[in-house]
Design a protein around this ligand. Sequence first.
Ligand code: NAG
Ligand code: NAG
Ligand code: NAG
Ligand code: NAG
Ligand code: NAG
Ligand code: NAG
Ligand code: NAG
Ligand code: NAG
Ligand code: NAG
Ligand code: NAG
Ligand code: NAG
Ligand code: NAG
Length: 725
Amino acid sequence: MGVVGVISLLLFVVGYGCPLGHSNGLACSGHGRCLDKDRCVCDDGFSGPDCSQRVCPSGRAWFDAATSNTTAHSDFVECSNMGYCNRETGKCDCRPGLTGSACQRTECPEFDDKECAGLGTCLSMREANPGYDDWDADMMFACVCDAGHKGFDCSERECPKGDDPLTPGVDEVQVVDCLVNQGTVTFEFRGQRTDPIPFDASPELVEFYLEKLSTITDVEVFFFDDSVSLCNGTTSLVTFVRDHGDLPDLNFTGGDVFTDGVSSALRPSVASVSGTKEWVECSNHGTCDDGSCDCFTGFTASDGRGNIGNVGDCGVLASNYSDFVVVQFFQPNVSKAPCPRAKPRWNKNNPERAICSGVGECMPDRTCNCSLGYAGEACEFKECPVGQAWFFTEEVRPQEATCSHKGKCDATTGECSCAASNGQQLFEGPACEVMACPINSTTDEICGGDHGECVTMAQLSRRRGFNYSESWDANVIRGCVCDKSEGVFDYNTSSSSYRGPFAYAYTDWTGYTCDHSFCPAGDNPFTWGQNEVQMLNCTSSGRSGTFNLTFRDAVESVEIPWWADPQKVERELERLSTIRDVKVEFVHRNESRNETVCSEGQLAMIEFRSERGDLPLIVVADDSNFRGGSIEITEFLKGSKENVECSAAGICNREIGQCTCLDGFYSGSDVGERLGAVGQRGDCSFRHTSTRDPKWQNPLFQYSYSFVLVSASGDGAPVGDFGDL
Ligand SMILES: *[C@@H]1O[C@H](CO)[C@@H](O)[C@H](O)[C@H]1NC(C)=O
Ligand SMILES: *[C@@H]1O[C@H](CO)[C@@H](O)[C@H](O)[C@H]1NC(C)=O
Ligand SMILES: *[C@@H]1O[C@H](CO)[C@@H](O)[C@H](O)[C@H]1NC(C)=O
Ligand SMILES: *[C@@H]1O[C@H](CO)[C@@H](O)[C@H](O)[C@H]1NC(C)=O
Ligand SMILES: *[C@@H]1O[C@H](CO)[C@@H](O)[C@H](O)[C@H]1NC(C)=O
Ligand SMILES: *[C@@H]1O[C@H](CO)[C@@H](O)[C@H](O)[C@H]1NC(C)=O
Ligand SMILES: *[C@@H]1O[C@H](CO)[C@@H](O)[C@H](O)[C@H]1NC(C)=O
Ligand SMILES: *[C@@H]1O[C@H](CO)[C@@H](O)[C@H](O)[C@H]1NC(C)=O
Ligand SMILES: *[C@@H]1O[C@H](CO)[C@@H](O)[C@H](O)[C@H]1NC(C)=O
Ligand SMILES: *[C@@H]1O[C@H](CO)[C@@H](O)[C@H](O)[C@H]1NC(C)=O
Ligand SMILES: *[C@@H]1O[C@H](CO)[C@@H](O)[C@H](O)[C@H]1NC(C)=O
Ligand SMILES: *[C@@H]1O[C@H](CO)[C@@H](O)[C@H](O)[C@H]1NC(C)=O
């Protein structure tokens, strides 16, 4: 008695309860709520019919089809469309080069096992560039190097910078008005702030505080009107004698700073000066070689102010240089300066310092016009290709960068070596200018080999009807579009879309690498549904002619003659690769009338038995041989059987494209039976009889055409008698 009780209780649970977790046997795996004794409503973070599957974090899609001519990169996409979700741990397994919980950001390059060589900061576009707000603002990361370091991975040392001695230029002079009579003031320059400076500081003291900042090398401070105090209604000049070029403004707490030619408010005759001296590595007259300048012939180290000194910047033309006289500051006599001569880096074995390295022309202003492919002031480098920058610190696009800021330029060969992670490149192309399509590291194949195609965002979007061509990323972000199964075939294990062991398990490829696959889909056995029925109404003129029909995206069409009987129509439709099983019945089947599809008043009912859900209409592909007649196809009954992966009664193993059915469920039949007989579909739509929900035995759900047609015709009289098909 007790045993029987337990068994029937078990049956009851399986029969009426919600799905039991396939791993732990608990209702909804203990991660959801059971609704209507039918359906699990999963807790946040879980999915699947039994709530056993973890959901992974989501982010903006790196690659997807546009949803308008200018919008793409949808938000809330699991693993940002560039990783696979581990359903057991809920963690994304990202493609190499991407990181973050949802694969939503790029890695920064490493050097010596250190991010940004330990000499820079890995920042997002938004962090590096607060005005930037495009889709990739929080996704694209790169190194912003500390002062003195450069290169996309910060592994290169910057060389001393200086003013080009062959061109005129003036120092930056900023004017400071200060009127406070107690306490302290501070200056800020390039993000660094001085210690508090007494309000009555002397010029020497102000200079001392300013030069303590690492962002300032050497300034001279001068107070007007013999003032001895910084802030006694004083106007002072701050001249930057070693930091050249047009500099950013000092930020001052004690008053106003005037720059770029603007005059003091207190003393309008005192004007600021915008710096015009160059501030370039090796002063444009040397080759930068890992932190030190190899000066071109004739140039030597300066004191940073145009005289010979020990700043290794090549900032002065040596006075004893025999061939040439010294160039006058501000009044260069360019014809007397030497033409650039350096050791070519692209041919280190050649010690000769030829003019413009022998691959350029020395112009009258003593610069080199390098031949194509060479770069550097003396053409001593091979030029690396330039591409649209993936990362930049100034606000606007388009911007270009050597190797698109995603690779290292080898100036001896002129080739970019694009950043790689685990041996895989996220960006590729001569200038690292395009995103590479993902490669499966096990099989070494792109887009699953022959399971998909590598396309750009623009190409993918065009297939979806959008002209996504204006956006900067349209032609540079690429990804895989996966193949679809070509139709519903007979048992044929040589097809790449066949996912055995069941005969009709043909599904599409999926995943960012296209080597995962969907599982067979079927009707959810927990809910009632009906097959789609479409009505074909044709009338031939003069009892002649043929017409062609097709379905979904079948490339072929089939020919229906006017005289076809139900069997003929059915046979022809089933020849389409997109239809496996239909049942065709004529409304008028009494023997007195000629049973042809295009007889006057005849209607053909086409019931879809293997294609689930609300289906598109069968379409007339060609009616040129059916002139004068009329063909009309309409939906008679909307299909309401689900067409969901594993019928929502199983767990899909996307790696092999096979369903693991929950207890009590099994592959349903592809054809025939309305209630889902056991069969070869590969879904989980078959529910074991003993566990079948009795509500489906309700006659109301045991529909037949007569039932349906009675209600459809409206006058209560059956249009035809179709019995139980
Ligand atoms: C401040 O300026 C006033 C007049 O402008 C002058 O008399 C005074 O000596 C100055 N004080 C200092 C500390 O420079
Ligand atoms: C100057 O500093 C203040 C306070 O730190 C800051 O709010 C302001 O934006 C700075 N101005 C400039 C031009 O950097
Ligand atoms: C020029 O002077 C520098 C040092 O002042 C010396 O090293 C160099 O040999 C001199 N060159 C010539 C051509 O005299
Ligand atoms: C440059 O110097 C030469 C002779 O030393 C002189 O003839 C010429 O006028 C000068 N050019 C300029 C632009 O000063
Ligand atoms: C530089 O050289 C190229 C040929 O190599 C020539 O077409 C071009 O006009 C030159 N540029 C200048 C500014 O002379
Ligand atoms: C690589 O391919 C193998 C075999 O097709 C597959 O099992 C695996 O999931 C793939 N890995 C990735 C990351 O796509
Ligand atoms: C998108 O572009 C196509 C082709 O340029 C154009 O026909 C269509 O109207 C555009 N659609 C929208 C929504 O702008
Ligand atoms: C797509 O848009 C671009 C620019 O908006 C236009 O030049 C191009 O002709 C369009 N292509 C199509 C197929 O409409
Ligand atoms: C199996 O399918 C492949 C491609 O889908 C086709 O080339 C082949 O002829 C089919 N074989 C059979 C026996 O149907
Ligand atoms: C079938 O088509 C004919 C001719 O167009 C039309 O008169 C008739 O009403 C249609 N029948 C139905 C049931 O739609
Ligand atoms: C109509 O279908 C037949 C049989 O599939 C085919 O041979 C024929 O080319 C089709 N006609 C057209 C115009 O598509
Ligand atoms: C039915 O149609 C066929 C084909 O046109 C014709 O030969 C036959 O005589 C017709 N039969 C009747 C009963 O109308």
